[in-house]
Design a protein around this ligand. Structure first.
Ligand code: SF4
Length: 355
């Protein structure tokens, strides 16, 4: 637990917000699909999955239509760690990864012999965009005494520089382990998850100044106002949210951990502070419970996402079909980068297997 021995240290370098904004402006608005078109697309995708020996690996934040198709066809809907594991273990020679770019890259690094396709290569993540490898390498060079731990939401090049990769489901355990070994940590890119980890492990952590544009829009005040209306509701929060939001949570956890908590908590109403895409699987797990979307923004807010990741939203049935049809949007990772990144990713996979 926190011993306040190590105050939170965020690196003093220019904000990467401008980079993130530039990417956001390129996110297209997706057209709505009609029922007959949906059925047509689903049938075509199912046939192609068989023909191309492919499987769908989808993140919880993607379109529920994609999540449902992944389930129906023997694929997976999961968090980034489980996505990586699934692709690694599945016999299919083509992995259709619906999510954001770093997820496709991770799949390719772990299984370089397989073909990894994505509905779009434009879907990225504010954490990835806000942590360019050149600046990150310079930051690491300035702190050679620190063990470099990066979140999975980073490019292959950033992972290649890291000693460890973690997901939100194992970040606490890995940093706690490293702290126990007497290691000082350089953490990137999410400062909120880093602060949560620091507070709960007491580790000496120097942080990169990055954030998730979806989770940082949750506001404690709005959630507490909702809680006044539903006083019996439990508050579930993803640790990429600001500290003030994490502090009022009944449960803090990764997407998988939040779904598990929804099942085990006795509460019949749940206020959920993470991307709305999770509601598909969470409601499936607890069909008898009422799920409430945690409010974002508020007066004067700058919300660009409103609990919907704009990049996850770029995945749809049309472009999923297209990548399978044409073998387009194949993910490639330069072999030298991939081999280096495999070291830090391998530690993540092995650490998890030990538990
Ligand atoms: S929800 Fe946040 S962390 Fe997840 S992909 Fe979108 S921007 Fe990145």
């Amino acid at each position: 637990m926190s011993d306040l021995q190590h105050p939170i240290q965020i690196a003093d370098h220019p904000s990467q917000r401008a980079l993130v904004e530039a990417y956001l402006n390129r996110v297209p608005v997706e057209p709505e699909l009609g029922g007959s078109r949906i059925a047509e697309l689903q049938a075509q995708i199912k046939a192609l999955l068989i023909e191309k020996d492919a499987v769908i690996i989808a993140h919880y934040y993607t379109d529920p239509l994609i999540q449902a198709l992944a389930e129906e066809t023997g694929g997976t809907v999961s968090d980034s760690l489980e996505m990586a594991r699934f692709g690694n273990n599945h016999r299919a020679q083509t992995l259709a990864v619906a999510g954001v770019k770093f997820m496709g890259e991770t799949a390719k690094i772990l299984t370089p012999e397989k073909r990894v396709l994505m509905p779009t290569l434009e879907a990225t993540c504010s954490l990835d965009v806000g942590c360019p490898s050149v600046q990150f390498n310079a930051f690491c060079d300035q702190h050679p005494d620190r063990t470099v731990v990066v979140y999975a939401n980073t490019s292959a090049a950033v992972k290649a520089r890291a000693d460890w990769v973690v997901t939100s489901s194992i970040a606490l355990d890995v940093v706690d382990y490293l702290d126990g070994q007497g290691e000082k940590i350089l953490w990137a890119p999410d400062k909120y998850l880093g602060a949560y980890v620091q507070k709960n492990t007491g580790a000496d952590i120097l942080m990169w100044d990055g954030s998730c544009i979806v989770h940082e829009e949750f506001k404690a005040r709005g959630i507490l106002d909702l809680k006044k209306v539903y006083p019996q509701a439990a508050i579930l929060v993803h640790p990429e949210s600001p500290e003030s939001v994490v502090d009022i949570a009944d449960v803090v956890g990764s997407t998988s951990q939040l779904i598990a908590a929804a099942e085990t908590l006795p509460h019949e109403k749940l206020i959920v502070a993470t991307d709305q895409g999770i509601f598909y699987k969470m409601q499936q797990a607890v069909p008898y419970k009422e799920l409430l979307i945690a409010p974002t923004g508020g007066s004067g807010a700058t919300c660009r996402s409103c609990a919907n990741c704009p990049w996850m939203g770029m995945n749809n049935l049309e472009n999923l079909l297209s990548c399978l049809q044409h073998g387009s949007n194949e993910v490639s990772v330069e072999s030298s980068i991939g081999e280096q990144a495999m070291v830090s990713l391998g530690r993540m996979m092995d650490f998890n297997h030990r538990r």
